[in-house]
Design a protein around this ligand. Sequence first.
Ligand SMILES: [Mn+2]
Length: 337
Amino acid sequence: MSIKVGMHVGRAKGPMAPFLVQHGVHDVIGGWSSNPRSDAVFAPERGLSADAHWTVEDATTVRDEFARAGLTLHGIENPLPQWCVDHIQLGLPGRDAQIENVARTIRAMGAAGLTLFGYHWMVNPPGRTRASWRTTHELEGRGGAIVEGFDREEAAALPLFRGREYGAEEMWANYAYFIRAILPVCEEAGVRLAVHPDDPPIPTLGGVARLFHSFESHRRALEIAGDSPYSGLDFCLGNWTAMGGDLLGAIRHFVPKGQILYGHLQGVHGAVPKFQECFVDESRVDFATVVRTLREVGFDGLLIPGHFPRTVATREHDLTGHAFAIGYLRGLIQAVG
Ligand SMILES: [Mn+2]
């Protein structure tokens, strides 16, 4: 059993792979842009196309590229961009076609031994690639580092993201429809679903209800899956901090049930309705206590740092934030044994 530092990486080529190996990181998760054909199959106008999915060849190609670079690819988070899954989230005509593409992707991942399928249930305006939502991207962090923040008061004036309001129970019904359809595919393929919290973790944004903003809502989602081992959490420590609830209590609840499949790590000051990101060593929640608790209750998996403050060293491809967070987290894990 071990806790390991992982990283989200698009492709094995470029400086990121050797950078990670040099820093002692050997475990990675990919994204939809990791697909070698992503520009073609996931072009923004192709959300309902029958071939907007991963093939076994896509998955094995990416896996093997990472392996040659010294990295083990464990899974893909958001293997399909938002416009290839938003009819599922919103319960719109065409959702069954999108579910079929998710199913094909899961089978392809399983055939390649990629067992983690990370996903989220955030609905943003059409065509937007980034999942998280911020009201400010240029806040001053420690020593003048640039960080992002969210203030619910500023977000109250947002226009409707999807033309009308979508309520929570409607969104839960859409979620349940998806889970019932996809869980048997996961079981057959040996691929486990890991849901990421809403970022920011608030009940509604742009008129669309968000489901994953509290302990209770995560519990409800896992219950919908009948507490299947194929349905779990991508436990994003940044968003669980921003929720403002009992983060350690949540860890003690979910880990012994095997429901935290992997985690994200980012520092956060404050909590909803207003928070801002920060370096991992100055987060409101003490990560030494978090990692110690994860170990105590037997967490076995990857923690993946992200959302790095931009420092004075920021250039076109700045990795200083990665290096700082990797070093800090490796130190924590070694400190707890
Ligand atoms: Mn996250």
